[in-house]
Design a binder for this molecule. Structure first.
Ligand code: ATP
Length: 237
């Protein structure tokens, strides 16, 4: 059973037809990259999957369960967690408080502590900064905190929206390494990226989205070798 199946999804914002029959699949254990230009519909796809926008047609199935019209908190509880663009950490709260907030649905305090400890083991930089205000972290550290906070909810599938945005190349590489590590621990990932090169380095497969539709799909190696992808998204090099 796939981790996620999106079938012929349509989203309208008033008169704007943002998704026009988009279909894609994320298999269990995969990192799938979703590439596309500004305005193609990448963020809308993630928002629809996490229940933040209501599709006008089509179906979203998470681990065999139809979640097309489920509420955002039900979707998080089911194990599908969205890390939005722009690393929205709570800047006046500490690193530790941000991680605790990620566990707001976790009733068992001992379990919450274990999950936060696991994030600190994975991300020792956050452990060193546990009492620091999140707003004073570097951009890369804030991105790692945003992902760490999502991990505290115990996801089976992570939706990551442009985790590389605004980060220096070396920092992008360490964020991508974190995504790979999280994936190797059994979490499937749908990764939206403008940075196609970085995304295709860690992804197993990918899709190209244009005008609200997937126009191309394949393994990461196939996409890296595709002339259209090279010309449009890999800088023509
Ligand atoms: P970017 O990389 O720039 O974030 P994207 O591929 O994520 O782009 P979306 O943000 O999903 O694209 O936008 C898809 C289309 O829907 C665009 O034409 C956009 O202007 C429109 N759109 C997105 N959000 C809204 C909204 N809240 N109201 C009206 N139109 C919207």
């Amino acid at each position: 059973m796939p981790a996620l199946e999106i079938d012929s999804l349509h989203v309208h914002y008033g008169g704007v037809h943002a998704l026009r029959g988009l279909s894609l699949t994320v298999e269990e254990g995969e990192i799938v990259a979703l590439l596309g230009n500004n305005g193609a519909g990448k963020t809308t796809t993630l928002s629809a999957v996490s229940g933040l926008v209501r599709p006008s047609a089509g179906r979203i199935v998470f681990q065999g369960r139809d979640v097309t019209r489920a509420r955002p908190e039900e979707i998080v509880k089911a194990g599908l967690v969205h890390v939005p663009e722009g690393r929205r950490v709570f800047s006046t709260l500490t690193v530790h408080e941000n991680l605790q907030l990620g566990g707001y649905l976790v009733r068992d305090h001992a379990e919450l502590r274990r999950r936060i400890d696991r994030v600190y083991t994975l991300l020792p930089r956050l452990a060193e900064r546990r009492d620091q205000q999140a707003g004073t972290l570097s951009g890369g550290e804030q991105q790692m905190l945003a992902i760490g906070r999502a991990l505290v909810t115990g996801p089976r599938l992570l939706l990551l929206d442009e985790p590389s945005m605004g980060l220096a190349p070396l920092v992008v590489a360490s964020v991508m390494e974190l995504v790979r590590e999280v994936n190797s621990q059994g979490v499937s990932v749908l990764l939206v990226e403008q940075n196609a090169k970085a995304a295709l380095k860690i992804a197993h497969r990918g899709y190209v989205i244009e005008n609200g539709e997937c126009v191309l799909g394949g393994s990461a190696a196939e996409l890296r070798g595709d002339q259209r992808v090279v010309a449009a998204y890999l800088g023509g090099a």
